[in-house]
Design a protein around this ligand. Structure first.
Ligand code: C2E
Ligand code: CA
Ligand code: CA
Ligand code: CA
Length: 273
């Protein structure tokens, strides 16, 4: 038993080493990825009830010649632990703005990590980039999660208020998975709630998920907010969401994220119907 125990400890140590080495590799690769042109954005349509496309969420992709397709869930948290997230985030903003200019009227929804949001002069930073590109702030949506706001509620409220005053759209991402969700929607100036896909996924199976989806839809509507159901994967989910009165939908059943060229084609068509 003792040997087994020691073995476990050693395996644990080795895997720690492995994971630290892996992190360093990713960090190193990522810091060169922009210059080497290995990053790209893909865009997933967000549609209204009649399948008209109102916006696109920008999602980052890293095609590394060394590691292959690295999913953002793997490298964003690593970037988030260093200043790399700022460089990466700025690249995403600029790229999203650039693509947005060719769409007829839809908005682009950009993910901001908590650390970007907490950056000194965050508002001035975003405003400068969007304004200097000549883009209307109403076509730029800032997606944040509750993690970004809960550690300094007063400051977050001030930032979101300023951004919204200037016409930016604000969406609360992964709604329902964070802390004190109801408090946050009362306290903050928001345009859009994005229902986390775990609830949409559970809708057809569990009474609890279905009840939560229904109440978020009603809450959003009562407060004049757009509600986007994320992760719609089946026709049955789409139908259930429509019946529940959900205003907007996003998910593989409607469209996978597509590259900029295909997004332009969809944007010009204006609808997924
Ligand atoms: P998220 O913001 O919640 O983005 C939605 C994720 O769900 C995306 O994964 C999208 O491809 C995926 N998705 C969309 N429809 C469906 C569906 O019907 N079923 C399922 N199973 N998944 C669906 P992706 O692109 O791998 O991104 C993962 C996460 O990485 C994002 O979650 C976001 O937190 C982060 N991320 C992606 N791009 C960026 C970025 O530019 N900046 C920052 N800070 N984070 C990003
Ligand atoms: Ca998002
Ligand atoms: Ca989400
Ligand atoms: Ca998420």
């Amino acid at each position: 038993a003792k040997r087994q125990g020691r073995g476990c400890v050693r395996v644990f140590d080795e895997s720690m080493d492995e994971s630290i080495r892996f992190r360093r590799q990713i960090e190193g690769g990522l810091s060169e990825a922009i210059a080497k042109n290995e990053l790209k954005l893909v865009f997933q349509p967000i549609v209204g009830r009649d399948l008209d496309i109102t916006g696109f969420e920008a999602l980052i992709r890293w095609c590394s010649p060394e590691y292959g397709m690295v999913p953002p869930a793997m490298f964003i948290p690593i970037a988030e632990e260093s200043n790399l997230i700022h460089e990466l985030g700025d690249w995403v903003i600029d790229e999203a703005i650039d693509v947005l200019k060719s769409w007829p009227g839809q908005y682009v929804s950009v993910n901001f990590s908590p650390r970007q949001f907490r950056r000194h002069n965050f508002v001035a930073h975003v405003v400068e980039r969007v304004a200097s590109a000549g883009v209307e702030p109403g076509r730029f949506q800032i997606e944040i999660t509750e993690t970004a706001i809960f550690d300094n509620v007063e400051r977050a409220a001030e930032i979101l208020f300023k951004l919204r005053q200037m016409g930016f759209r604000i969406a609360l991402d992964d709604f329902g998975t964070g802390y004190s969700s109801l408090y946050n929607i009362r306290r903050f100036a928001l345009d859009c709630l994005k229902i986390d896909r775990s609830f949409v996924d559970g809708m057809g199976r569990e009474r609890e998920s279905a009840a939560i989806v229904h109440s978020v839809i009603h809450l959003g509507r009562a407060l004049g907010m757009e509600v986007v159901a994320e992760g719609v994967e089946t026709a049955a989910q789409l139908e259930a969401l429509r019946i529940a009165g959900c205003s907007h939908m996003q998910g593989y059943h409607l469209s996978r994220p597509v590259d900029a060229e295909d997004a332009l084609v969809l944007a010009e068509k204006g609808s997924l119907a």
